[in-house]
Ligand binder design. Sequence first.
Ligand code: ADP
Length: 163
Amino acid sequence: MSQLAIYPGSFDPLTKGHLDIIRRAGRIFEAVIVAVSNNPAKKHAFSVDERIRMIEDAIRSLPNVDVDTFSGLLVDYLKSKKARIMIRGMRVVSDMDYEFQLASFNRHLYKEVETVFLMPDDQYTYLAASMVKEVARLGANVDAFVTPHVSSKLRQKFGGRKK
Ligand code: ADP
């Protein structure tokens, strides 16, 4: 049985909350692929390449973690990797509705798939990439929430304070 787990998401941009989930998954599974969704229907602040580079930079010290991109159905991507385990992060109760819906749909489409929910450290419970973008756009310093690489990409994109 493959112990490969896929952690899919937009990662627009990668936050320390995502990274906390990646580290936890890396400690549980033999191999983890962080899969950046390439969905042209969704509007993203960062290109797929930019989002991949942010993750590459952050996972350098994690030997069993890799990054990749996928388009189309997530279950098709899992099948192409011969993976059955999908990781999702669970922050607060408000995540549950959407995450359960997604997990049920994916199980309907691919009955062998198991969605594994991981809970981040308390300090990341209210951290969302959308909020990071919003406050970075307004000029706030977001160093507490993202890696230095992501922080500098946010400053390049939106301007903003160094400290
Ligand atoms: P998507 O568009 O697929 O929801 P995201 O990048 O927003 O992509 O999130 C990917 C996954 O990471 C989701 O399961 C989401 O709940 C989880 N996640 C996002 N932010 C955090 C965080 N701060 N802590 C833990 N999990 C998180």
